[in-house]
Ligand binder design. Structure first.
Ligand SMILES: [Zn+2]
Length: 605
């Protein structure tokens, strides 16, 4: 809620003086005994308030005032979003440099074959390269030429042709034709350039195409502000599986309430133009429907869902749980110090290795501490150096500075975190996560941990925890993303954690798709283990047990891990892992030099 909406709801009647809202009565002192009027000012630019009545003197931030009424101040969210965006480094793109020639004869013939006229080709500024291929020049909203896509000017023949369509490397992922459309009118969004040309050819001129096919969503981030200003979209992607999946996904990112979709009986818009003609193309576009928001469906209409899957990178969990699945919430439980965070962060390394974006909320540790540990898990013992704290003489471990640069570059685009002074209110967290999903295509979220989150409900602690898990679960389902949630058990005894212990609430277990317990192995545990497991308990440091398994139903399976205190990695007898960043290490001997004290430049004077 912003200040004006707030004033309308809670501070009536009021006047506006410059950039200040000035109600008759102060919401804190109500003017005191003398019913003093107009003493309270709420500043729209600074987001602060003050009461000038001497014995009141209430002052503070709008967020505090809003909280008092159970509302949340919008500007707080804007600040978090800005911080979140600043994590996203400014990308540097290469300007296109291929020489643009007039359309080749072959290209013209090929366009004509696909029912695209020369005047349409001219409108889109289609060109050819020196080999006669078709060039689709892409312009950003400021009309700057930022990307070229190139296509062979004939039917693609498998085996004979290497590629059908490609891009000039390093270009900016904008939408094809975005420079020529009217954002006030419904914009048709297609999967490829030919569909875009086909719609235009048929008479629907407000049309753009995504740049790199359905798997690549970078354009959402790149064009975010522009997309935000558009009034309505009509999505027309290919009618194959990938296209249908992408339509759902794109609609969620752009906002389901401003998206319609076209459902055609042929593969794509160009084929409709080719086979049925331009009227049919227009008919399909005009009959586009909003996404159903009705909650009553016919069971037969429900489509078998493709679930987005990422692997945990741990054979045991991936085998029994089917990896990190989209739409699922997994609860990780276990005593403090049992290794929940350590294990989860280790699986993050594998998510990054799969080039999937993830997010971590760490309610207890600072982001720099999380990074310090994570970096050690990424590099493994081989690249960790020991150094002496010059002040205390204590020996510490750290990643070799040269290696740190390499791994930072390796994971820069894949791991996001929540601001430190971030609110621990679950609604704010979910808004930021939604933004992260929509704009940056983040697919996996680690929430560490449940206890540090709050709601603004005045209910008891346990009900609140149940409510929070419920909110997180609906978020996961709605956007088909994966959440790993750390929850501490209520009771702390030395036994392996039981279901009922999680946060003290059975709701949490009911809501979770999977529940995983992690415990550090104690002597007691080893002593009381069954005979056939005894040895494993004796030989290892940590045990993981699957307590609930919604997809496959297998429960109570155990797996054992050793812990390396230097690398912070947990490992099984399968040994230690290497990741792709290591290919960027030029001089592997760099690690032999453990003297990492800063070298001073040689100085001749
Ligand atoms: Zn007052």
């Amino acid at each position: 809620m912003d200040e004006l909406k707030f004033a309308d709801k809670y501070l009536q009647p009021y006047k506006i003086k410059g950039s200040e809202i000035n109600p008759v009565s102060c919401p804190y002192c109500h003017g005191g005994r003398h019913r003093d009027k107009y003493t309270f000012f709420l500043n729209l630019d600074k987001h602060t308030f003050v009461c000038h009545r001497g014995s009141c003197g209430a002052s503070g931030k709008f967020s505090e005032l809003a909280k008092l009424y159970g509302e949340r101040a919008d500007y707080v969210l804007d600040i978090y979003k800005q911080k979140f965006d600043s994590l996203d480094r400014e990308k540097i793109y290469k300007k296109p440099s291929i020489k643009l020639n007039k359309l080749s004869k072959q290209a013209e013939d090929y366009l004509r074959l696909r029912k695209i006229s020369l005047s349409t080709a001219t409108h889109f500024d289609l060109r050819s390269d020196s080999k006669g291929n078709i060039i689709f020049p892409y312009y950003n909203q400021d009309n700057e030429h930022v990307l070229n896509k190139i296509r062979i000017p004939r039917k693609f023949v498998k085996g004979k042709d290497k590629t059908k369509i490609w891009q000039e490397g390093g270009g900016e992922p904008v939408l094809f034709n975005m420079n020529r459309v009217d954002i006030e009118q419904p914009i048709l969004l297609t999967e490829g350039e030919f569909d875009c040309l086909s719609a235009y050819e048929s008479g629907y001129k407000n049309v753009v195409s995504i740049p790199f096919g359905t798997e690549n969503m970078e354009w959402v981030n790149d064009c975010w502000e522009w997309l935000d200003k558009c009034k309505e979209f009509i999505l027309w992607f290919d009618s194959d599986r990938a296209g249908k999946r992408a339509v759902e996904k794109v609609a969620k990112k752009l906002g389901i309430d401003r998206c319609k979709k076209v459902e055609a009986n042929r593969k794509d818009a160009n084929l409709v133009l080719y086979k049925d003609g331009s009227e049919k193309v227009l008919e399909y576009i005009n009959n586009a429907k909003y996404f159903p928001i009705d909650n009553l469906f016919k069971m037969s209409d429900i489509k078998q869902k493709d679930v987005d899957r990422i692997l945990y990178g741990d054979r045991f969990l991936d085998y029994f749980l089917g990896g990190c699945r989209g739409g699922e919430l997994v609860v990780w439980t276990g005593k403090r110090g049992g290794g929940k965070s350590t294990f989860l962060n280790q699986t993050l390394v594998d998510t990054i290795e799969q080039k999937t974006k993830c997010f971590i909320y760490s309610g207890e540790l600072s982001n720099s501490k999380v990074k310090q540990w994570l970096d050690r898990q990424i590099v493994g013992e081989r690249y960790i150096v020991k150094y002496k704290d010059p002040l205390t003489g204590r020996e510490e471990y750290g990643v070799h500075p040269e290696i740190e640069k390499i791994i930072n570059a390796w994971y820069r685009d894949y791991l996001y975190c929540y601001g430190e002074d971030g609110s621990n209110d679950v609604e704010t967290l979910i808004e930021i996560m939604t933004y992260g999903y929509k704009r940056y295509d983040i697919k996996r979220f680690i929430i560490d941990n449940l206890k540090t989150l709050k709601t603004n409900k005045k209910e008891d602690y346990f009900r609140q925890q149940g409510f929070i898990v419920n909110r997180l679960k609906s978020f996961a389902k709605r956007y088909d993303i994966h959440i790993d949630l750390v929850a501490h058990p209520k009771k702390t005894n030395n036994k392996l954690v039981e279901d009922e212990d999680v946060g003290g609430v059975s709701d949490i277990i009911d809501l979770a798709d999977n529940v995983i317990a992690i415990a550090r192995i104690t002597e007691d545990m080893a002593d009381s283990a069954k005979e056939k497991e005894k040895e494993k308990f004796m030989d290892n440091d940590t045990v993981i047990i699957i307590r609930k398994n919604r997809e496959y139903g297998d429960t109570d399976m155990k797996n054992f891990y050793k812990f390396n205190p230097i690398s912070k990695r947990m490992y099984t007898k399968n040994g230690t892992k290497t990741y792709s960043w290591e290919r960027n290490v030029k001089d592997r001997n760099v690690v032999l030099d453990t003297n990492v004290e800063e070298k001073e430049d040689e100085c001749p004077f």
